[in-house]
Design a protein around this ligand. Structure first.
Ligand code: XLS
Ligand code: NI
Ligand code: NI
Length: 440
């Protein structure tokens, strides 16, 4: 059965094309620095936003019109798989991601839930045989069901901890079965609502115990993929323990988990934490912890996770700058953890949204690559820190000096001269590179 009848395969037609259902900038075969755009960008479709979400919000019911609307239960789950692979193929995306609860309905018992998952995983596996689209990562939904009211691995209730362990155990088996490239942990309810009822130390110790057990089980079944923590400061929980990359890193270091984990960084989570997207990518990169990206964008006027498709070229440029400086994403990818707006309810909008996101990151890639090639920022930064390449500065970075020597040096200084940081000039340069790349 065909679900998206009005949409054919989306091809690259170039910036002058007037065809809305074509890529203007994302040319999967275009080679940049020895790799194709497809290999560098590793785009992924998020199952939950694209096939499961219905557009409901806290004030209103769903608005989405979907060709699989007539189905129920497992038939609905199966129809969604068919629709998913049709969309993957038409968009020509190399990856997708899902939560267990997106692909199959929960049963009345854990056993029944497993059976539902097995049926759909079998079907997905069959589709994957003839499709190029692979699984970037899967994860366990441990936030929707009321059992997670006090958290999952950080719940005050040990039965919930055990149930969550069972869900992740199954998730790891599914990852192995489908050849996932990563496994993700997003702890939407791993945090607290009030300290008045919370044993923070026990909760964090338990979260670490949970992660160690996951590592052990993955080893046992021969699943050798990076585990990714997806930081988010809040929402739904008032305070989430993996607040941002720096907080997550301290946690991983304290509990001896840095060997097995990296970060999955989401743009909108960065801004919720009071950081820019590029800040989070930078912190992960300089610590060797950049695993993957949930590509979306927030709204500066709204204080929650709006999960919009990324269209801000300035942001995609600075994100791709960090990613290229990282030497790429390795096994990670750019997963569109993004949803069409409630008013964009037609099936066709799913294609327009992904095209917009893919083209925006393709532009970001080209601009960032040019900025790096021309050493636009590198040369400036090298010069800015040049005082550390000679004299007292070199002694500082080589660990050859101390407070007494530095005091003697400072006492001998007659003048301290600083130079401009040239922020406005650099921003204008980035604009120039952006406009030049787009108009080419
Ligand atoms: C929610 C998160 C979630 C994760 C996967 O804010 O972004 O969608 O990516 O559980
Ligand atoms: Ni996400
Ligand atoms: Ni999110």
């Amino acid at each position: 059965m065909t679900f998206f009848e009005n949409v054919n395969r989306i091809n690259y037609e170039g910036p002058s094309s007037k065809n809305p259902l074509s890529f203007k900038y994302y040319n999967p075969e275009e080679v940049i620095n020895g790799q194709t755009m497809e290999e560098i960008l590793r785009f992924s479709v998020a199952y939950w936003h694209t096939f499961t979400a219905d557009g409901s919000d806290p004030f209103g019911v769903g608005t989405m019109v979907r060709p699989w609307d007539g189905y129920k239960g497992m038939d609905l789950a199966k129809a969604r798989v068919e629709a998913a692979f049709e969309l993957f193929n038409k968009l020509n995306v190399p990856f997708f991601c899902f939560h267990d609860a997106d692909i199959a309905p929960e049963g009345s018992t854990l056993k029944e839930t497993y059976n539902n998952i097995d049926t759909i995983v079998g079907m997905i596996k069959d589709y994957m045989k003839t499709s190029k689209t692979k699984l970037l990562w899967n994860t366990a939904n441990m936030f929707t069901n009321p059992r997670y009211v006090h958290g999952a691995a950080t719940s005050c209730n040990a039965d919930v901890f055990a149930h969550s362990a069972a869900k992740v155990k199954k998730g790891l088996e599914v990852a192995k079965e489908l050849g996932a490239e990563n496994y993700v942990f997003w702890g939407g309810r791993e945090g607290y609502e009030t300290l008045l009822n919370t044993d923070m130390k026990l909760e964090q110790d338990n979260l670490a115990r949970f992660f160690h057990m996951a590592v052990d089980y993955a080893n046992e079944i021969g699943l050798n993929v990076p585990f990714l923590i997806e930081p988010k400061p809040k929402e739904p929980t008032k305070h989430q323990y993996d607040f941002d990359v720096a907080t997550g890193l301290a946690f991983l270091q304290k509990y001896d988990l840095t060997k097995y984990f990296k970060f999955n960084i989401e743009a909108n989570h960065a801004t919720l934490a009071g950081h820019t997207f590029e800040h989070e990518l930078r912190v992960a990169r300089i610590n060797g912890m950049l695993g993957s990206v949930d590509a979306n964008q927030g709204d500066v006027l709204l204080g929650w996770d709006t999960d919009e498709f990324p269209t801000d070229l300035y942001s995609t440029t600075l994100a791709m700058y960090e990613i290229l400086k990282n030497g790429g994403l390795g096994k990670g990818g750019l997963n569109f953890d993004a949803k069409v707006r409630r008013g964009s309810f037609e099936p066709e909008d799913l294609f327009h949204a992904h095209i917009a996101g893919m083209d925006s990151f393709a532009i970001g890639l080209k601009v960032a690559n040019k900025l790096i090639e021309d050493k636009v920022l590198d040369d400036f930064i090298t010069e800015r820190y040049s005082s550390y390449t000679q004299g007292i500065g070199l002694d500082i970075v080589e660990g050859k000096t101390n407070f007494k020597e530095l005091e003697a040096y400072a006492l001998g200084l007659t003048e301290i001269k600083n130079y401009s940081g040239r922020q406005e000039r650099l921003k204008a340069l980035v604009n120039q590179y952006l406009l030049e790349t787009i108009s080419k």
